[in-house]
Design a protein around this ligand. Structure first.
Ligand SMILES: [Zn+2]
Length: 562
């Protein structure tokens, strides 16, 4: 039998969590047709000797809604083994959209998700009005698969116009919203997204429409998923409404994320327990964990996180020469020491300096002679130099003209916490916000980071478990019944990689958004091929030119098999 594609001699890790095994994977017509010892020939044969063959990764929380229309690969997610993304999160979407609401929808997506407005304005060619029309437009040309949630803010704006950002909805308006949501779900949208976040505005300072909804409205609109019998609910920002929804709804609810924070060391335990309790009671209420550290790099030229301490604030606001002088001055140093070393921590303010000198690392020394300090913590350097921590910190920075790059690792970096969170059956790995916060963040690299840092280097979980959490788990929870496993009959979304080298690369800057705006760019190494619906999309970090992606639509369980 002739196949379209055979991937030969790989270590097949099929997404189920079962141990990997040596075998081939055959693909025809976009689907996996055989796994094991495959006979026959194929139009294309890939030799996966020494490589892992796994399902493609499903990123369950992104904001590619606008970007995907000019960039059907959804860069830079496609460089990290990701073959399907879920967008339409946090109530924000590009459909439905009346012509006169386009500017508002682009503006609120841009402002809330930190996507340059000029990129959306220059890049999006609005050819749709309704959700079905938007999904069909996307289906014309996709590199990876995209799945869309119906965004409540977009629906509310569509029904209520300007009033959507000013008042509660009438019963008739709620009924009209429900019709649009149903139309979206029936066209293949995979759920509905809402949000409560009183800091989420459009460019005119008005709240995103979903924030004006009463609890009754949210429950009525969310109930459409129950009525249709499929679709998930994503709810950003309000734990109490979310857990109530999870208890009332028959649908899975995704809300919030659990982070380990040095500033509040016990918080993650409480949140994990809450997630466990909800699920032990039988509610499908899921919280995300992001494997990447919330690391922050700084030099003493620009750091802001010392600003909550009075002397520090004064010194850090001075011109550089004066600042250096005061860093050298013993009397000032004593005050800085009192504030940053002797004063007990006030854990209530996230973002403030925690006084955890063991979590301040030298990321990049400026001078050749100091390169041996790279990767060491300030506490460690102080011990080696037999100095006080503050002296070690300031002496190094002064010697290097304040150009030493430090890195603060206070979020999602503690090994004990991260092992508990990432391996818990009650958490979901993800929430990268791919396509959003493009100037600073690269959390779309969470997959390659998990596989390199937590699996290979720290060995907190098996490769099989990590792959299951990146593929089969999100496929199951978000309703992609034909993705997330390497099994005959499944869509042929595959990632072929070298487990000994896979990792994200150092981020850099790119100027590749429409209109010329810049963004942060992070690629990966160690992925040989990414296959989407049976076609090779990426080969060693290069796009092959294929556009095999599809809108991943939810289908009714009652539909007959093809
Ligand atoms: Zn989001």
């Amino acid at each position: 039998m002739a196949h379209d594609l055979i991937i030969k001699n790989g270590n097949v890790i099929d997404g189920s969590g079962l141990p990997g095994f040596h075998g081939d994977v055959a693909v025809s017509g976009g689907r996996i047709t055989d796994v094991g010892k495959v006979s026959g020939n194929a139009r294309q044969v890939l030799n996966a000797d020494g490589l892992v063959v796994a399902p493609g990764i499903i990123d369950n929380h992104t904001h590619y809604d606008a970007q995907v229309t000019w960039d059907p690969l959804c860069t830079y997610s496609c460089y990290h083994g990701i073959t399907t993304v879920v967008m339409g999160n946090c109530s924000l979407a590009m459909a439905p959209a009346h012509r006169e609401d386009r500017e508002m929808l682009a503006g609120v997506l841009s402002h809330v998700e930190a996507i340059p407005l000029e990129a959306i304005q220059a890049g999006v060619n609005w050819s749709w009005e309704t959700i079905p029309e938007y999904l069909d437009a996307l289906d014309q040309r996709l590199g990876i698969n995209v799945a869309a949630l119906v965004g409540h803010s977009a629906v509310r704006r569509y029904v209520m116009g300007e009033d959507s950002q000013e008042r509660h909805a009438t019963d008739n308006e709620v009924a009209a919203m429900k019709i649009i949501v149903r139309e979206g779900l029936e066209a293949g949208a995979i759920g509905i997204s809402f949000e409560r976040n009183l800091r989420h505005f459009d460019w005119n300072g008005r709240l995103a429409p979903t924030n004006l909804a009463s609890e009754e409205e949210i429950f009525a609109v969310a109930a459409v998923a129950d009525e249709v019998g499929r679709g998930v609910i994503q709810f950003g920002g309000d734990r109490s409404i979310s857990t109530k929804l999870a208890k009332a709804s028959r649908r899975p609810v995704f809300y919030g994320n659990i982070t380990q924070q040095a500033v509040a060391p016990e918080k993650w335990r409480k949140q994990l327990m809450e997630a466990e309790n909800m699920m032990r009671q039988g509610h499908r209420a899921y919280q995300f964990v992001m494997p990447r550290p919330g690391d922050l790099r700084y030099t003493l030229k620009t750091a802001q996180h010392f600003d909550a301490m009075a002397t520090w604030k004064t010194v850090m606001l001075l011109p550089l020469e004066q600042r250096k002088e005061l860093f050298r001055d013993p009397a000032t140093r004593a005050k800085l020491h009192f504030e940053a070393v002797e004063t007990p921590n006030n854990p209530s303010r996230a973002g403030d300096f925690t006084r955890r000198w063991d979590l301040q690392f030298v990321f990049q020394p400026a001078l050749q002679k100091n390169q041996h300090l790279k990767g060491k913590s300030v506490a460690e350097i102080a011990r080696e130099q037999n100095k006080d921590v503050l002296d070690a910190f300031l002496d190094l920075a002064l010697e290097e003209n304040l150009e030493t790059e430090f890195e603060r690792r206070e979020v999602n970096s503690d090994e004990v916490a991260m092992k508990a969170l990432l391996t818990s059956p009650y958490t979901v790995i993800g929430q990268s916000d791919g396509g959003a916060h493009v100037v600073f963040r690269t959390d779309y690299s969470y997959s390659t980071y998990l596989l390199s840092h937590w699996v290979r280097e720290k060995e907190i979980m098996s490769l099989e478990d990590a792959i299951r959490k990146l593929t089969f788990v999100p496929a199951s929870l978000f309703g992609f019944s034909d993705r997330g496993l390497v099994r005959p009959g499944m869509a042929a979304d595959l990632m072929v990689f070298d487990p000994t080298t896979i990792s994200p690369l150092e981020p850099g800057e790119a100027q590749d958004l429409p209109g010329g705006a810049k963004r942060r760019k992070q690629l990966a190494q160690g992925i040989e091929w990414t296959v989407v619906n049976g076609q090779v999309l990426m080969e060693r970090g290069q796009h092959t030119g294929a556009y095999p992606g599809k809108v991943a639509r939810s289908t009714s369980p009652a539909q007959p098999l093809p």
